[in-house]
Write a protein that binds this ligand. Structure first.
Ligand code: NAD
Ligand code: GLY
Length: 373
């Protein structure tokens, strides 16, 4: 698709991307009007009850529509609402889900529906993984970030004050629903945060997609449905390809964390919720791009190219000044670290990435170049 065709305002037809994981495989449905369509729920596990998990921001927008839609399929549909924000991605919120499930005597066939962004999705998935040792769940992703990344692939987690997403499980959803119409109500800052994860897929896996994003960024920022549909589908295809080969991140899957080692340090260092996850990843990608150049893996022009794109997407390109030692300390708690040795996802050529250790001095130079003093 080129920039011109992306600017059409037609409603895109529903597209399906398949996650191939044998008996844990599932479909991602991408399109308009999916929230209200009974067909969105066809073929899901049947149960006496469904529980929608959402939050106080998303529920007033979409809860009653989803409930009405699910009532065509499930006899009983209940809802539990969590506080909104990354800082509430914790044990207390998780317990609210369990309180509701146990308080309502909901059995082990109950299907959970995560209605929201990555925070609701990650917590609902974790609750589904451990409630009665596992119940089915469906991701109804309502942020751009969730549609292109967090709802797909089965990583579920809560945060710990000492590290992001440190407590969790791999647990695949039964389906992912990406209704593009829900993006109409997303605040601009959240749209930009989603663009960070879209941009990520280019340098690590698809050089042509990076060019497509550069050409179509304005259409994406204007929420053109066809452009969004293409971007969500391409990201899900790349993620499906990666997760299909390495579901539990023994190797390849780590490339999806490009920019995340620096990004998670920013989020944890500032306190959860100060910067959005996508903002921290955007800035983290600038730092990781610079490190790729300094390590001799990429030509010098790669850094300004990434800086330009990330900045055009409305994302920060300069990090907070936490101090080198604090950054290093935080990055050593990253899940990719081994024996206290930080490992970075670096770009090794456009469309290809790998894991690399880097000297602290070089990391220090990168932080000094890209952090406010
Ligand atoms: P989020 O879930 O906090 O949602 C962002 C904000 O948008 C929230 O205030 C939310 O209430 C609001 N919102 C959601 N949908 C809306 C809509 N349609 N209209 C208006 N407002 C809406 O943040 P996010 O960016 O979706 O997700 C970030 C989280 O995802 C982080 O916790 C991150 O660690 C996690 N994540 C997980 C994975 C994974 O593989 N599991 C991947 C990437 C990110
Ligand atoms: N977002 C990183 C992953 O799913 O592996």
């Amino acid at each position: 698709m080129n920039a011109e065709s992306a600017l059409s305002t037609d409603r895109p037809a529903t597209q399906t991307v398949v996650i191939e994981l044998d008996e844990r495989g599932y479909d991602i449905l991408i399109g308009s009007g999916l929230l209200d369509a009974e067909s969105s729920w066809q073929g899901l596990p049947r149960a006496a009850a469904a529980l929608i998990v959402s939050n106080e921001t998303v529920a007033p927008l979409y809860l009653e529509r989803l409930r009405a839609s699910l009532l065509k399929v499930y006899p009983r549909v209940e809802a539990v609402l969590l506080a909104d924000g990354e800082e509430f991605k914790d044990w207390d919120s998780l317990n609210r889900i369990f309180d509701h499930l146990l308080g309502g005597a909901m059995d082990r066939k109950t299907v959970l529906f995560a209605l929201g962004g990555g925070v609701v999705g990650d917590m609902t998935g974790f609750a589904a993984a451990v409630y009665m040792r596992g119940v089915p769940f469906v991701q109804v992703a309502t942020t751009l970030l969730a549609q292109v990344d967090s709802s797909v692939g089965g990583k579920t987690a809560i945060n710990h004050p000492l590290g992001k997403n440190m407590i969790g499980a791999f647990y695949q959803p039964a389906r992912v629903i990406a209704d593009l119409d829900t993006l109409d109500t997303l605040p601009a800052r959240e749209l930009s945060a989603g663009l960070a994860e879209i941009i990520k897929y280019g340098p690590i896996a698809d050089a042509a997609f990076l060019e497509w994003i550069e050409l179509n960024l304005e259409a994406l920022l204007a929420r053109d449905k066809k452009a969004l549909a293409y971007a969500v589908k391409r990201c899900c295809e790349i993620k499906a390809w990666v997760v299909g080969q390495d579901e539990r991140e023994q190797g390849l899957r780590a490339i999806l964390n490009f920019g995340h080692t620096f990004g998670h340090a920013i989020e944890t260092g500032l306190g959860y919720g100060k910067w959005l996850h996508g903002e921290a990843v955007g800035c983290g990608m600038v730092m990781a791009s610079d490190l790729s150049v300094r390590m001799g893996l990429m030509p010098a022009e790669f850094l300004p190219r990434m800086q330009r794109l990330i900045s055009r997407a409305g994302l920060p390109v300069r990090g907070p000044q936490l101090g080198l030692q604090r950054y290093l300390e935080l990055m050593r708690v990253d899940k990719k670290a081994e024996g206290g040795q930080i490992r970075f996802v670096l770009v090794e050529g456009l469309g290809r990435a790998g894991m690399h250790a880097a000297p602290d001095a070089l990391v220090g130079d990168v932080l000094a170049s890209h952090c406010d003093q």
